[in-house]
Design a protein around this ligand. Structure first.
Ligand SMILES: [Cu+2]
Length: 319
């Protein structure tokens, strides 16, 4: 008999506006416990996550959606404000309580207005239960979260998007990697990600194991999560640029940069090469190739039910 002991994590979060300069441009952002992105949630499959969320925004409601978490039996913790819960009013506290029932990488984000664009988002990593292993091996795990960053306030963006005629927000001023980016720094949409010339092997997509496939460029659409394996097989005496670029629209946004370093060697040294410019923004072929390469791992195929109880026809329109 196997006994599995799930534990519970209690997190106390305070959401508020603070001035921050994630890309050297100072603006009001929404923080959780003083940071954007918010705290990383690290859990094990079967754990119960309890988040006591205090809304200290003064004049705005808030709600947080746990993207990819199925909320089986706990729909009221889904955070879809206006659907499964009333928004959390300024000054109020709400307790989210749910089980993370599937290993994988996920994100959480604001679900009120466009507060995600003000910085209210973060990551959730759920590891497999003790005694179980993933269908791939690695030595070290690191989370990377990408975000497009606009300097206009979310109010200006939202007012434009809901105006007639519609006012497009334009291109993001920068791309943030783990909450940091560059815009006119003295140092120096749909993003694609490159790991400094290291091939990436995609092994998990949105909480599902996939048949591994290799890529040099990973295309990530809004809300998607991927786990990739990177082999530290190159010259360890230098550093490498990790780059993220806008694709799908002609980019005017500077490349988002981070450094891939073979720790502890030379971790302050700039890479000796220039960052790559990223894939051609209008070349859709590699994106289609990636979509077609994502297939359920053969040991983890969940077949759909053979019969349906109910048929729901959805009509989607955009005015
Ligand atoms: Cu979402």
């Amino acid at each position: 008999m196997l006994f599995v002991q799930a534990s519970s994590s209690f997190l106390r979060w305070e959401v508020k506006y603070e001035y921050k300069s994630p890309d050297c441009f100072k603006k009001l952002v929404i923080t959780i416990n003083g940071g954007t992105p918010g705290p990383k949630i690290l859990a094990q499959q079967g754990d119960t996550i309890v988040v006591e969320l205090k809304n200290s925004l003064l004049t705005e409601n808030v709600a947080i959606h746990w993207h990819g978490i199925r909320q089986i039996g706990t729909p009221w913790s889904d955070g879809t404000e206006g659907v499964t819960q009333c928004p959390i009013l300024p000054g109020d506290t709400f307790i989210y309580k749910f089980v993370v029932d599937r290993a994988g990488s996920y994100l959480y984000h604001a679900h009120y207005g466009i507060q995600r664009e003000a910085g209210l988002y973060g990551s959730i990593t759920v590891s497999v239960p003790n005694g179980e292993s993933e269908p791939f091996a690695y030595d070290y795990d690191i989370g990377i979260i990408l975000n497009d960053w606009f300097h206009k306030s979310t109010y200006e963006q939202a007012a434009g998007l809901s105006s007639i005629p519609f006012v497009w927000v334009g291109e993001p001023q920068s791309l943030l990697i783990n909450g940091r980016g560059r815009f006119n720094c003295s140092l120096l949409a749909t993003p694609s990600l490159e790991a400094g010339g290291h091939n990436m092997t995609v092994v998990e997509v949105d909480g599902h194991y996939v048949e591994p496939f290799e890529t040099k460029n990973l295309y990530i659409y809004s809300g998607e999560t991927y786990s990739v394996l990177v082999k530290a097989s190159q010259d360890p005496s230098r550093n490498y640029w990790v780059t993220t670029n806008v694709v799908s629209r002609k980019p005017t946004t500077p490349t988002g940069l981070a450094i891939l370093n073979y720790y502890p060697k030379y971790f302050k040294k700039s890479p000796p090469t220039l960052p790559t410019a990223g894939p051609l923004w209008n070349d859709t072929a590699p994106r289609l190739t990636q979509s077609l390469a994502v297939k359920a791992h053969k040991s983890f195929i969940h077949s759909p039910p053979l019969t349906s109880d109910k048929v729901i026809v959805l009509l989607n329109t955009q005015n």
